[in-house]
Design a protein around this ligand. Structure first.
Ligand SMILES: [Fe+2]
Length: 338
């Protein structure tokens, strides 16, 4: 196997001090942050399967990056973090996010990442994590011309990416993750030398960021230090409400579950941008020319399995086919303590 090192760039500092403090204010001003829950399940190939069962199964089977196996419900709660979208294309949902959306440093680093000159920022979102929470090792949901998360199961898109069979249609996306206070624990762990290489950790520190290809490079978030709180019984639909002065409340409807100080939470803002080779490339995507179809994708994957001497039976249930694809094409890093 060849030795690959994926490029990444660290920003330290990312913004001016005042701008960085402004991001914390922006988060508070935004108001309650909801729990990130999985989008509706698909019919057909993805029917009855969680969108990211690839990463979830790996987390539960391995106990995460450090091999800490535990009760299924506790494990699930650890990874139910909070997310809100601050900008989506031209649409601004958090006032004041504009300079971050168009951050020149991110744009320049993105050009280098894929050696592509046209960068189009696509989305800015915030993640909030509580003490005891962590994010399972995964690669992000990629996008291909004609195949994105609006129309196809997320795990299938991840399979496509790792199969390497659809490079021609891939939309390279640069992702930056940034932090605005020093967090105890909650390091960003990534595998720039691939799943078989060593993990590198980046501390979540005030006014810093990393930019990399998170669709290719496995990454996750180590557990946020659990100083005085037990991991709460997280339930879908819970929200984090800012009370001001750095206090946040976890609520289930009207019920207050727990109160947190900003310093013990983990706050990150992510940025994603499409990277185009030229205007024709961008146009091909915008005008949906040369799009993939689901039939072509499944036929291509089946043909590859046949080539590997693993033919797919005609009567194989969709669920089993999905599990087979994930097992065959996605190779997660081994947990350090296993
Ligand atoms: Fe990610």
């Amino acid at each position: 196997m060849g030795h690959i090192v994926h490029k990444f760039e660290i920003f330290n500092p990312l913004l001016t001090d005042a701008e960085a403090h402004g991001m914390v204010q922006l988060c508070e001003d935004f108001g309650p942050h909801g729990m990130y829950s999985e989008e509706a399940l698909n019919e057909g190939i993805g029917e009855g399967l969680p969108q990211r069962f690839d990463a979830a199964m790996n987390f539960i089977n391995t106990g995460g990056r450090k091999g800490q196996k535990e009760d299924l419900m506790v494990a699930a709660g650890r990874t139910n973090y909070f997310r809100e979208t601050y900008a989506y294309g031209e649409n601004i949902f958090a006032k004041g996010i504009e300079p971050f959306l168009n951050h020149q440093g991110f744009v320049e680093a993105s050009k280098q990442l894929f050696d592509r000159p046209i960068i189009e920022p696509a989305i800015v979102f915030a993640n909030l994590m509580l003490p005891g929470q962590e994010l399972a090792v995964h690669t992000d949901v990629p996008e291909f011309r004609g195949a994105n998360r609006k129309i196809m199961p997320q795990w299938l898109l991840v399979v496509m990416q790792h199969s390497g069979l659809f490079e021609e249609w891939r939309m390279p996306i640069a992702t930056a993750v940034s932090w605005y206070h020093d967090c105890e624990g909650g390091e960003f762990a990534h595998y720039p030398e691939g799943a078989n290489g060593a993990a590198e950790t980046v501390p979540a520190q005030f006014n810093t960021a990393i930019l990399t290809d998170t669709d290719t490079v496995f990454h996750g978030v180590d557990r946020v230090a659990q100083l005085s709180h037990e991991p709460p019984p997280f339930k879908p639909g819970m929200k984090l409400h800012p009370l001001g002065k750095g206090q946040w409340q976890l609520r289930d409807g009207e019920d207050v579950i727990e109160t947190y100080q900003w310093q013990e939470m983990r706050f990150s803002i992510s940025w994603k941008a499409y990277c185009f080779a030229d205007e024709a490339d961008r146009l091909r995507w915008r005008e949906a020319k040369d799009d993939l179809s689901l039939d072509f994708i499944l036929d291509t994957l089946k043909a590859e399995l046949l080539k590997r001497d693993k033919p797919v039976a005609d009567d194989l249930a969709a669920k089993d086919f999905a599990a087979l694809l994930v097992a065959e094409f996605i190779h997660f890093p081994e947990p350090a303590a296993a």
